[in-house]
Design a protein around this ligand. Structure first.
Ligand SMILES: Nc1ncnc2c1ncn2[C@@H]1O[C@H](COP(=O)(O)OP(=O)(O)OP(=O)(O)O)[C@@H](O)[C@H]1O
Ligand SMILES: [Mg+2]
Length: 356
């Protein structure tokens, strides 16, 4: 297995257009399961393809196990990529697909048979080895694609949204299997997704990308509890963090007050007067009687989810979501008091960068 390092990787597809990747630096540790997360078009696939050697970066370096491979062809990098659309050879059986990579590398026939067998057993594919891709379900096809990657025992695995074509149940099942596989193989895995839930549940660390740039690299707890900027704060969580535009005043020793919409929120940050963004996760917004909190807000929509209820509010024109336990007797149009948990506030400057 191996570490994967990106150094200031930049990729511009067409001169004059915005780069798909901008100085992306990233260190994937040996044996780590790292998730690359970000919205559509942020450069996730481009980053994976640069690691695999399917795309040549405009600038920067790719290192695998500390060896520079930036300009080496894919075959000399010894990494395996699994794609969203399976990319199986339609005229080859499952067995043929799994064996293909070994055959082209000239591995001896008995060795191929042994390794295909072992891989098929691991992935529950024994009964399906003689079927063509067209005779397999989506989940089975993705298992074959996985088998094709595993059988080669590559130095690192690259997954490009491998589960997104599958239904929710199957996705959950395969997620667990992939993690079990990661533990069993101790392999370095880079996993791309735009689904923050998937990233939170799977990643040992998450790299959040936006517009080709790395916004934050950290554990799921890091990115959830201490987002580096407003983009990450809003992107992680379901729903994401509330971010209110506000104005800081009286910010001296011991803190001050941020006025945002109809709320006046005491905060413990000093020396930051003027325009500011205040962040708070929905679970740290609580509701109380009118005039008994930090200000009042109007209920716009009540979303009962069973174990909890999402209450969408307007606080002086600013949207704010509260996540409250259980089912509640509240209706759209009512006015309530709002309290924010003072220990759980985040402050960002006008550019969206974290202050505290
Ligand atoms: N071959 C190409 N030629 C020109 N532009 C490209 C090419 N491939 C990607 N791009 C552009 O580069 C940017 C990043 O694309 P990329 O496919 O890496 O995004 P992504 O994060 O994988 O998105 P998605 O979640 O939709 O798969 C996009 O703006 C895309 O249009
Ligand atoms: Mg993609």
């Amino acid at each position: 297995m191996a570490s994967v390092t990106l150094r200031a990787l930049t990729k511009t597809f067409d001169a004059g257009t915005k780069p798909a990747l901008q100085e992306l630096s990233l260190d994937v540790r040996d044996g780590e399961f790292l998730v690359l997360l970000g919205p559509s078009g942020c450069g996730k696939t481009t980053a994976l393809r640069c690691i695999a050697g399917l795309e040549e970066p405009t600038a920067g370096e790719v290192l695998i196990d500390e060896r520079e491979v930036t300009h080496l062809p894919p075959a000399e990098r010894d990494v395996a990529m699994v794609f969203q659309n399976y990319a199986l050879y339609p005229h080859l059986t499952a067995r043929g697909n799994i064996a293909f990579g070994l055959e082209v590398r000239g591995v001896a026939e008995p060795e191929i048979a042994r390794r295909v067998q072992e891989t098929a057993q691991r992935l529950g594919l024994m009964e399906l080895l003689d079927r063509l891709p067209a005779q397999l379900s989506g989940g089975q096809r993705q298992r074959v694609a996985l088998g094709r990657a595993i059988v080669r025992a590559p130095r690192a695995f690259l997954f490009d949204e491998p589960l997104s074509n599958l239904d929710a149940t199957l996705r959950t099942e395969l997620r667990a299997e992939l993690l079990a596989l990661h533990r069993a193989l101790g392999a370095t895995m880079v996993y791309v997704t735009h689904d923050q839930m998937e990233a939170m549940t799977m990643g040992q660390r998450i790299a959040v990308l936006h517009e080709g740039r790395l916004r934050q690299l950290g554990t799921p707890a890091d990115v959830y509890q201490r987002p580096a900027d407003v983009f990450v704060a809003r992107f992680i969580g379901s729903p994401g963090m509330n971010v209110l535009a506000g104005h800081g005043r009286g910010m001296r020793e011991g803190g001050g007050v941020v006025d945002c919409g109809s709320l006046s929120v005491p905060v413990a940050i000093e020396h930051y007067e003027g325009e500011i963004h205040l962040g708070v996760r929905p679970e740290y917004v609580s509701l109380c009687g009118e005039d008994q909190g930090m200000g009042n807000a109007d209920i716009v929509v009540v979303e009962p989810l069973g174990a909890e209820t999402l209450v969408h509010l307007a606080a002086g024109g600013q949207p704010l979501i509260a996540r409250v336990p259980g089912l509640v007797e509240l209706r759209a149009g009512e006015r309530v008091g709002v309290k924010l948990d003072r220990r759980r506030l985040h402050l960002f400057d006008v550019a969206g960068e974290r202050l505290a």
